[in-house]
Design a protein around this ligand. Structure first.
Ligand code: GAP
Length: 516
């Protein structure tokens, strides 16, 4: 059986082969951690975005959307803290001249120890069979005990160094752990330095005195600076939310795992403005709402978990991640943060504008508190693809690759196919496609055997294949073949629209989310 890593590699290759994701500037051998979405990827991504957008703005009359510019006044990033504190700790190897994230080197070291522990446990499991008591073994086996102790001490030391922002200690850990550069194999390390993740550029010509500006590293600040505009023009009453989908840019040093960590990516963020003192109630509300949004897609409830933050940023009073089980472990897909009134207060301080709300019920003004839900479109895309990708062995030994995508997200909903390229079947198939195309994204395919055409649609996750045959010309029925079960049934042409609509209707998901 293929390992998770092998399957992930195959998924990446599949994404390219079937027009989901291409490396950016592919003909020039790509650009690190930047990707382009192809003809099928963009449809899937747009469907994810629509599912999120509508779940915010359709389901809540007190949530409205905006689309702020990527360029913002540079003081925004001073106020938000990104200029001074949006950093990664970096270290260089003098021999290979390669640069690494010090925290990642240490985390990799911890993962290596975890692997050693797991190897020992796997051996013991095999040896002792059903009677194996894992906890007892961890406490009594000398070798395992040693590894666990090493891991825990290292983890504690590393967490403290990160929390204290102690760069000298990070370097010392790397030296003490005898971590070597994977390229040169040496321990000839420089000191650890902070590296700001924001991309910079200049606006205006140099003769005019160009202004240093940044590509936004998050979309959230576009919402905060528009808080007053939206509240006043929309006559919004607290509690209310502002949603936004847009590109964000981070100069990630260690970019890996395909679209999981990119330098240009997309976020879907919502800031929910509440009365001070009510934020923890709303934090809990949004935690549960967002988890229901994920689970309604049916990717598997067991694939999600919350990871509550123990160490909070200085401005937050609660934070959690929604993690999804990727082939490389449980990973953050979404963050939910109770950000107090930090951002609005900072913008008030730096802009000199009052960022307050007059609450008519309380007859008082205050700076609202904020609950933020922030999800990466690309990570969501990846979690959907990872759970959908299946390699199946069929009866008779044949194999197929199928994407079991939730039909509401599938890039193509139906493919219409004439059984043969003659006797008026192509014309009839085109007629059916014309009938469906205003409501659903459809494909038409008349090339190769019907089996090959089915496989092509399985590979892009099309839920329905509709075959027009000679009987269609007399009985006005077609054969519908279902992607997941591969079962086929005769359906009247007049019933096709309703059949597809029922399967791809997002209303079913929205009802699950709101519990109706
Ligand atoms: N406004 C809050 C914020 O930006 P974050 O945890 O830094 O918080 C939110 O980012 C989400 O954006 C993450 O949960 C992740 O899904 C996505 N994200 C962050 N960095 C990313 C990257 N380099 N590539 C892809 N997605 C990223």
């Amino acid at each position: 059986m293929a390992t998770q890593e092998e399957t992930f590699k195959k998924l990446v290759a599949h994404c390219k082969e079937y027009g989901f994701v291409f490396p950016s500037s592919d003909i020039y051998d790509g650009l690190g951690a930047v990707y382009d979405y192809g003809q099928n990827g963009v449809e899937l991504k747009n469907n994810i975005k629509k599912y999120w957008w509508d779940s915010m703005t359709l389901l809540h009359e007190n949530i409205v959307g905006i689309d702020a510019a990527i360029f913002m006044h540079p003081t925004v990033w001073k106020a938000s803290g990104h200029v001074d504190a949006f950093n990664d700790p970096l270290i260089d190897n003098r021999d290979s001249k390669k640069r690494y994230r010090a925290d990642v080197l240490i985390e990799d070291q911890i993962a290596k120890i975890d692997e050693k522990i797991e190897k020992e446990l796997a051996k013991a499991r095999k040896r002792f069979g059903e009677n194996f008591d894992e906890e007892l073994y961890k406490q009594t086996n000398e070798r395992v005990k040693e590894h666990v102790e090493h891991r825990d001490t290292l983890h504690e030391r590393y967490s403290k160094a990160m929390n204290d922002n102690d760069l000298a200690e990070l370097k010392q850990i790397i030296l003490d752990e005898e971590i070597v550069c994977p390229i040169s194999g040496t321990r000839n390390w420089t000191d650890v330095r902070q590296f700001n993740l924001m991309f910079q550029t200049e606006m205006g010509s140099t003769a005019d005195g160009a202004m240093k500006i940044y590509l936004r590293p998050e979309t959230a600040q576009g919402i905060f600076v528009n808080f007053l505009n939206v509240q006043k023009t929309g006559r919004m009453k607290i509690p209310f939310g502002i949603a936004q989908i847009g590109k964000a840019f981070r100069n990630e040093i260690v970019a890996r795992q395909f679209v999981f960590r990119m330098r240009e990516f997309e976020q879907m963020e919502m800031q929910f403005f509440v009365r001070p003192g009510e934020e923890l109630k709303w934090f809990e509300h949004w935690k549960q709402f967002r988890l229901r949004w994920h689970k309604a897609l049916g990717l598997g409830d067991e694939k999600y978990r919350f990871h509550d933050h123990e160490k909070l940023a200085h401005y937050a009073n609660a934070a959690t991640d929604i993690e999804f089980e990727m082939p490389f472990g449980f990973k953050e897909v979404e963050g939910i943060h109770s950000r107090t009134n930090f951002d609005l207060s900072q913008h008030a301080k730096y802009s000199g504008k009052k960022m307050e709300y007059f609450d008519p019920e309380l007859n008082q003004s205050y700076t609202p508190y904020v609950i933020e839900t922030s999800i990466g479109v690309d990570r969501m895309f990846l979690s959907v693809m990872c759970s959908a990708y299946k390699e199946e062995t069929l009866e008779g030994g044949d194999t197929r690759v199928v994407l079991n995508l939730p039909p509401v997200l599938a890039p193509v909903k139906a493919c219409v196919m004439p059984l043969v390229k003659k006797d008026g079947l192509p014309e009839k198939a085109r007629e059916i496609q014309e009938m469906l195309k205003f409501d659903f994204h459809t494909n038409y395919d008349e090339k190769d055997s019907i089996g090959k055409r089915y496989r092509r649609q399985d590979a892009i996750g099309t839920p329905f294949c509709i075959t027009v045959d000679h009987d269609t010309m007399t009985d006005n029925s077609v054969t519908v073949r279902y992607r997941d079960t591969m079962q086929q049934e005769r359906v009247k042409i007049d019933d096709l629209h309703a059949l597809i609509q029922k399967a791809v209707d997002p209303k079913v998901l929205y009802r699950k989310i709101v519990g109706k």
